[in-house]
Design a protein around this ligand. Sequence first.
Ligand code: M1P
Length: 274
Amino acid sequence: MNPIQETTVPKYPPLEDRPIKNTICLFDVDGTLTPARLAVSPEMLSALQALRQKVAIGFVGGSDLKKQQEQLGAVTGENVTSMFDFCFSENGLTAYKLGAALPSNSFIKWLGEEQYKELVRFMLHYIADLDIPVKRGTFVEFRNGMVNVSPIGRNATTQERLDYQKYDLEHKIRETFVEKLREKFGHLGLTFAIGGQISFDIFPNGWDKTYCLQHLENEAKRPGGIEYKTIHFFGDKTMEGGNDAEIFSDPRTVGHTVTGPEDTMKQLKELFGI
Ligand code: M1P
């Protein structure tokens, strides 16, 4: 029988009564709890249920909650905010504790309309003046936690993406663009990150996965709140430049590199005997 069905809606001790009370395990999602962009396995859910009997558990992912619900809620259809004690979507800009929302944040809240308008005005002028072989649509994508900017536009087809990526590498289109932006807007405390094929992301400095740690620190400040003295973090992209690198090497966490979900379960077994 599916081990998940046997234990539908398992009961967990309240956070203050967990056997290892001051410890929390935080997990990256893609490549750590699930195969990249795919659904969680029933085995992983069983392991997390067993772990949650002992310590607090949470996930921290760069995607939004909807995406994490699709991946982590795929087996049981359960609401992901009740499957973990802490849910940190978009690195913690959207956060839940025991199903209840914690204070949220957004790029526009942080930057303000006036500065954003100045930034977007400059970028759209810059893109308009760019002489590149192909331009499509959606040059600036406004997201909750960041702005994504693409000289070719996000409507590019797969082939157009591949062609652009090659062209960009040769002609340093994004690199030059980002240099200009750093010169002009560097004082705003923004990170300009070239990650994918056709675009780059702009977000406030420090809005990587370490952002979520402030929610745990706030827990300790609440009357009767728990101080998480040991914060285990498990992630697969912990190498320099990877999106788990900052939280992995943060002095507030104990970092664990995993090679995939199977390895995560293996390490949990070794560490917690589950
Ligand atoms: O995960 C890396 C990047 O993936 C996409 O980039 P692109 O469309 O350029 O391939 C975007 O989602 C981007 O935000 C992200 O950083």
